[in-house]
Structures are given as C-alpha cells and as structure tokens.
Design a protein around this ligand. Structure first.
Ligand code: NAD
Length: 560
C-alpha cells in the first residue's frame, strides 16, 4: 500500500539519533546555526562552537539577505544562496520563501543559466546524483548511495538542452537542483523527498570537451539503443529503489524528450515539464488574456515561433482545450500554426519531425515571420524559439494593427533569448500588448500607466503537479491533468492582476496558488481512479498537510 506522508518535521533519518558537535553543524538538514537554543547547545556538545547569543530565525534571515544583497553580481548572489543551501536547508527555504520574488531569478532562470555555464568552474559540492554511462548496470546501486531513503520527487536531466543555452553536459546539474528547490519553496515538497539527477552520456559541446576543468565524461553523446537502454535502466531503478517517487524529465533535447515521454507516460508516474508544464502555464496565460480581449478561445489563431518541446507541447494542449469547447480535432489544429528554423510548418515540407506533422497545414510557404503574421492574421504570437529579439518592431506593430489587444508571449529563456523585451512589446503596440515572458521583466511605465508583465513561469505548474501526484500516489500523470492545472491557475488571476495587464497571479501568492492547483489535479486523479491513496474528506487540508514549512524543530523540549 502507498505510504502516507510522515507527519514528523524531523529532517534527518527518522529514528536515527541526532549527531553532536561539528557533525550536527555540518548536517544541512539538521543544522540551525546560531539558532540552537541554550538547552540544545548543552545537550549536543555545541557550547563554544558559536557565539553566545541565540538568534531567531528572523534574525538569521535578515543576516543572510544582507549578505546576499552585498554581492554586486547575480552569480555572486547565487553562490551565496547555494552556500546557505549546503549549510542550513531550513534557513535556505525560509529565506527563499520569504523573498521569492527577489530570489527566484537568482535560484532559477536567468541566473541559474549563468551558473550552469560556469558549473565546473564554481563547483563546490555535488548536490545531486551523477549517473554516468560508465555506471551502466549499477544504477540502482548508485541510487542507494543517496543520503535519504524516502525519495518522492526526482528531477532528471541529461543536460542536452539547458534552458535556451543548449548542450551543457553535466554542467546542467544546476537545473534539477534549482528546480527541486522551487518544488520545496513553492509547493512545500519536503527537502529530503527531493532528488536531483544528471545522467551523463557525454556532451557534444566542444568548448566543454576542451575545458580542462569540465567535470563530465569527455566523449561525444551516446545515442540510439545504448542511450535508450541506460534511460530504461534508470527508470526501472528509480521504481525499485524509490517506488513512491514522481519522475520529472527536464531539459532533454527534443530528439529524446518526446520519445521518452511517450515511452514512460503511462508506465510510471512521470511528466516532462518542458513539454507539458510549459503548455499548461502558457494555456493559463491565454485563458487570462482572453478575459482582457473579451474574445472566445475558439476564435483565436495562434502563431508559434519555435516548434520544439515548448511549442508543440503547448499546441497539443491548446488543441485539447479547443476540443473541450466544442471544436473537432481538425478545426482545433487549424487554429495553431508554427514557424520553425526552416519556415512555416506546412504540408509541402519534407522530413518534418513527428511532433510537427499534426500541425502541418496545406498552405503556401512564407518568406519570414512578418509575412506569416500578415498572411495568417494571428491573435496570439508565442515565442518558444530560443531566438533573442526574433519579434522585430515590425512584427509587433503588425500584431497591433491586426488586433486591438494582441497577445504576445516571448517565452524563451534566459532573458537574452527572449523574443522581445516587455518594453519593446508595449512600445511597438502603444501599450496594447498583453505580454508575458519566460524570464522576468520589470514593470514598464508607459504614458503614466504601469504595465506589469506576467512571467509565464512553469513554476506555477510543476510544483503543484508534483504535489498532487505525490499526495495521491498517482499511478501516472495524464495530459488532462495539465489542462485542469491551467484552468485552476487562470482562476486565480484577479481583476486587479488583469488591470495591470498581468496574466498570472503574483509570485508572492505561489504557495496558496500551488495548493489550489494541486487540489484540482488531485481531485481529477481520484475521480479517474489513478490514486493509490484513499480520497480524504477535506482535500484542501490534506494537500496542505503535505506541505513542508521551513521552520526549525525543537531538538530538546526545554519548555518545562
Ligand atoms: P526545442 O529545442 O525543443 O525547440 C526550439 C524550436 O525553435 C525548434 O522548433 C527550432 O526549429 C526553433 N527555432 C530555432 N531557431 C529558430 C529560428 N531562427 N526561427 C524560428 N524557429 C527557430 O526547445 P524548447 O524546449 O521548445 O524551448 C524553446 C525555448 O523556450 C527555450 O528558450 C526555453 O528556455 C523556452 N521555454 C520557456 C518556458 C517558459 O517560459 N515557461 C518553458 C519551456 C521552454
């Protein structure tokens, strides 16, 4: 039977005696630093190992933030935060939760991209499991080397398509580590449940192969049957060693991502955030945008720049959403158009990748994005191409000519790859664009109006999906769950958010937002008979009972 959430807030191995002295201070899951009480210092041999004053967690948060802000660069702030991660996990999560708006761009995109690019040069600690092709046949054994026995959430990458930065090999580990810290900060997944994994199958990045400090295997990427066999061994090993774990595929290149999702989606409890999470967050943004335009979903024409994981994933979810509103599949697909690196995706093109074929329409090829916009007259332009500045002023202006309120989503990450900036989108459309981006942009003041660009960040979706799947013990994760998640996210966008042209709720509400999305998804999981736990009477309370609060437990009861 699926094991329910342990209620203990204990962060070490349940039942194990606490270490003492420096061993206690060096265990990030147990360490409280200067917040150890006098009784705890006495009981655990800590006297003299720190100054006399007993700090509160609030004092510690202030000290950490002072230190983080003293760094003049984003990368410096990232290094300071990760040093805290290594030292004191509860404090790390408390700082992150209290300052999410400020620290999310440090812990995740865009700064995590810089950190990954320098990973082998700034490496201090592993922070996750590195499974290399050299360990073939021993993957389960390596999983058992992880510090925690009860893992429920695994984020795995092979480092081939890190953000919009391409093949970073083993240096991509910053992504699963960063992503799992968002699972904890945003949806309260217990830190000890989280396991970041990088599968090292080599890299095709010459710069890394020639870098003497590069830490991964120095060989070209393994492909084909050997690659698939390694992934199969990994998936089976996760099932064997951590049978209650949800598996999230992250930043795999699209030559593998679609196939792996198709292979495992209905075999194990897994999802691909780049394909399905992005689709859900983008669809939620569209639902909100339609409240501003006042036009129904069925009357939209979507033009995507980029037909990869994010693009076709979103296209497929849009098709499901359009069909839910009464369109046939053929009619729904006719509403979604794609331009990729070779032009408009049309039937006359040879050798189209399988994921693009259902969107290849019988239509003449267009010279460029501008002519595609002029010809197709889209109501929404969605950038998922990884091509910075690809939405020219002329393209944006044309969208404003065609639509009173053009929907412009420039979702490529990191910031340098964004198809346009918020300022460019608003300037070229006289402030009429309904804009969202993948990486954050600051509010823009235009003719005394404050426009707040929404961040179409997958963080609104993946932590909630993970929480729902974990709390219900879902057997597997269906596409319909991402549709329900999009509706639940959109339902939490207030009229006040929309008045500022923001199509997502503020990040400051993320824990509440995640809980409510998780409730909607969990409800579906129970309804479809996919749960391995008994449906609780009060689903909201049940979901909240799974959410870790970053606080220190008392190791010594000195209240008497
Ligand atoms: P991908 O490699 O699967 O797809 C990229 C697509 O862009 C391909 O179809 C490619 O043909 C196309 N492309 C490349 N150059 C082009 C050009 N010059 N003109 C038109 N199309 C071009 O990558 P992906 O996973 O789909 O991610 C794409 C981008 O979306 C990345 O920058 C990623 O960071 C971003 N993304 C954002 C979010 C988010 O904001 N929520 C989520 C996922 C991905």
């Amino acid at each position: 039977m699926f094991e329910e959430n342990p209620t203990s807030t204990y962060l070490g191995r349940p039942g194990a005696p606490l270490p003492t002295g420096n061993d206690l201070l060096q265990n990030p899951m147990l360490n409280k630093g200067t917040a150890f009480s006098c009784a705890e210092r006495e009981a655990f041999g800590l006297l003299g190992l720190m100054p006399a004053h007993v700090a509160t967690m609030d004092d510690q948060v202030e000290r950490v933030m002072e230190g983080v802000r003293r760094n003049s660069t984003a990368l410096g702030k990232y290094i300071a935060m990760m040093a805290l991660f290594d030292r004191n996990r509860a404090l790390f999560y408390r700082v992150l939760t209290d300052h999410l708006q400020e620290l999310m761009p440090i812990i995740y995109t865009p700064t995590v991209g810089q950190a990954c690019k320098k990973f082998s040069h700034i490496y201090r600690k592993g922070r996750g499991l590195y499974l290399s092709a050299l360990n073939k046949g021993r993957i389960a054994e390596l999983l058992r080397n992880w510090s925690y026995e009860d893992v429920r959430m695994v984020v795995v990458t092979d480092g081939e398509r890190i953000l919009g930065l391409g093949d970073l090999g083993v240096d991509g580990m910053g992504i699963p580590v960063g992503k799992l810290s968002l699972y904890t900060a945003c949806a309260g997944i217990h830190p000890t449940y989280c396991l970041p994994v990088t599968i090292d199958v080599g890299t095709n990045n010459d710069e890394l192969l020639q870098d003497p400090l590069y830490l991964g295997m120095r060989q070209a990427r393994i492909r084909g049957a050997e690659y698939d066999a390694l992934i199969e061994e990994f998936v089976l090993a996760v099932q064997e060693v951590f049978p209650q774990a949800v598996l999230q595929f992250e930043d795999f290149a699209n030559c593998n991502a679609f196939r792996l999702l198709q292979t495992y989606q209905h075999r194990v409890c897994c999802f691909n955030d780049d394909i399905q999470g992005t689709a859900s967050v983008a669809l939620a943004g569209i639902y909100s945008a339609l409240r501003l335009t006042g036009l129904p979903l069925t009357e939209q024409t979507f033009l995507f720049l980029g037909a990869g994981e994010a693009g076709t994933g979103t296209g497929n979810l849009l098709v499901a959403a359009l069909m839910a509103e009464g369109l046939s599949e053929a009619q729904a697909r006719q509403r979604c158009w794609f331009v990729d690196s070779k032009g408009l995706v049309v039937q006359s093109r040879q050798g189209l990748a399988p994921q693009k074929q259902p969107f290849a329409h019988d239509y003449p090829q267009q010279d460029n994005l501008l002519s595609a916009v002029r010809s197709l007259k889209p109501t929404a332009l969605i950038g998922v191409s990884g091509q910075g500045q690809a939405f020219s002023e002329a393209v944006l202006a044309e969208m404003a000519t065609l639509n009173k309120r053009p929907i412009i989503f420039a979702l490529s990450n990191p910031t340098s790859k964004s198809e346009c900036t918020a300022e460019q989108a608003y300037a070229a459309t006289a402030g009429q664009a309904i804009f969202a981006s993948g990486s954050p942009f600051a509010p823009v003041v235009l003719e005394e109006r404050i426009l707040v660009p929404g961040q179409g960040n997958n963080v609104y979706i993946f932590p909630a999906i993970g929480l729902a799947a974990m709390a219900t013990g879902a057997e597997y994760i269906t596409d319909e769950m991402f549709l329900v998640a999009a509706l639940a996210l959109a339902a939490q966008v207030t009229d006040a958010d929309l008045a500022q042209a923001s199509v997502y709720p503020p990040l400051t509400k993320i824990r509440e937002v995640s809980a409510l999305i998780a409730v909607a998804v969990a409800d579906l999981i129970y309804e479809k008979g996919l749960a391995r736990t008994k449906r609780p009477d009060d689903l909201l309370n049940y979901i909240y009972s799974w959410m870790y609060q970053p606080a220190y437990p008392d190791y010594v009861d000195d209240r008497s």
